[in-house]
Design a protein around this ligand. Structure first.
Ligand code: MRU
Length: 359
């Protein structure tokens, strides 16, 4: 058993204290550390939609607490109306972003907990919801730790690890997914290098991954997305580890735009390509990647940088936030229960066999 390394110099991505929800505003990092209290369903929806809290697992945890925050405003209702309102608020929060399955997964879990409860008073049903949200939060930390333990052997003395976007502590409430093996290898004293893609258009790699790894004392080098192939050609990358927003039953997976290109180039250079996937991100009800809805975001995320226009006015823009990588390009999924290799359809189903957590 590997102990969980401390990366406590980072503020908590999400905190639930005295029945109040607060998040670290990730759009302000790394320049400003701003913790924001969220007190209404609308504030939680906007925080998720605007990426102040982002990353698939963190979105799931924020939504679970967000539902508790939302339902506090309905405590005065008769219990039947409270339950009807609960379903409405869950559907509303679920509409904040479409691609990361953790959002609908955690909200469904919250609704199931309420359905299973015989509570006849709104205050006791709200307590059931809060307990379920705390359980989802606790489990998220445990999933990250499990991924770290199983991914640890992939990081060897002197190796180069490439990652994309931010699948780190900031994207979860624990050690991150793609970064969990990195933090554990670092804590174990292994010497290795990490290359962080900057991840245009919103720069999660530069602003978040480079920041949190640097804070933790990991040897991290920032590159632009277009430099990855050149680093690989020079023999500097031994393994690629990325996160994911949704893994379909056949192993096709969605992740931040640019992941597909990385997977193709990794195959060209015969570099192992791993996807860190907690069971909360596994969607066994989606058969293949073709069925994954890809979020399209605003044009100005591409035409502007920090409010400054960088493209001509009236420019036509395409801004898909994620892409889908076919399972044939994946070496393995690092899950909390072990590394899953091909054939993925069979091996993912065997390991996670349609449990409540993937339903
Ligand atoms: O748009 P974002 O920043 O929410 O996208 C995040 C990613 O694509 C991450 O790689 C993914 O959610 C995995 S986070 C552990």
């Amino acid at each position: 058993m590997v102990s969980t390394p401390s990366i406590s110099n980072l503020p908590a991505t999400i905190a639930w204290e005295n029945d109040g929800l607060s998040i670290l505003d990730q759009t302000r990092l790394p320049h400003e550390t701003v913790v924001e209290k969220l007190t209404t369903a609308e504030e939680v929806w906007r925080a998720i939609h605007e990426l102040r809290v982002r990353g698939a697992p963190a979105i799931g945890v924020a939504a679970a607490y967000g539902l508790c925050v939302a339902m506090r405003a309905s405590l005065h209702l008769p219990i039947a109306e409270f339950r009807a309102q609960l379903a409405k608020q869950a559907a509303y929060l679920d509409s904040a972003r479409p691609t990361a399955v953790n959002l609908s997964w955690s909200l469904r879990r919250m609704l199931q907990a309420a359905q299973a409860s015989p509570a006849s008073e709104t205050a006791s049903l709200l307590r059931v919801l809060i307990d379920e949200a705390v359980a989802i939060h606790d489990e998220d930390r445990a999933l990250c730790k499990g991924i770290g333990e199983h991914g640890l052997p992939l990081i060897t003395e002197g190796c180069g690890v490439l990652t994309h976007c931010n699948a780190g502590a900031l994207a979860t409430t624990g050690l991150g997914t793609a970064t969990a093996p990195i933090y554990m290898a670092h804590a174990a004293g292994t010497k290795f290098r990490v290359y962080a893609d900057e991840t245009r258009p919103l720069l999660q790699g530069a602003r978040l991954t480079a920041y949190e790894l640097q804070q933790a004392g990991v040897d991290v080098t920032l590159i632009t997305d277009s430099m990855a192939a050149s680093l690989m050609a020079r023999g500097l990358v031994d393994v690629v580890i990325v996160g994911t927003d949704r893994v379909a039953a056949n192993g096709d997976f969605a992740n931040k735009i640019g992941t597909l290109a990385l997977a193709i180039v990794s195959r060209h250079f015969d570099i192992p390509f791993y996807v860190a996937c907690p069971s909360s991100t596994l969607d066994l009800h989606t058969a293949t990647g073709d069925a994954i809805v890809i979020e399209q975001r605003r044009d100005d995320e591409v035409t502007h940088l920090y409010g400054q226009r960088i493209a001509p006015a009236n420019m036509k823009v395409s801004n898909p936030a994620f892409d889908v990588t076919p399972h044939e390009l994946v070496t393995g999924f690092i899950t909390e229960r072990g590394i899953v290799k091909a054939p993925f359809a069979r091996n993912l189903a065997t390991l996670f066999a349609m449990e409540g957590d993937a339903a």
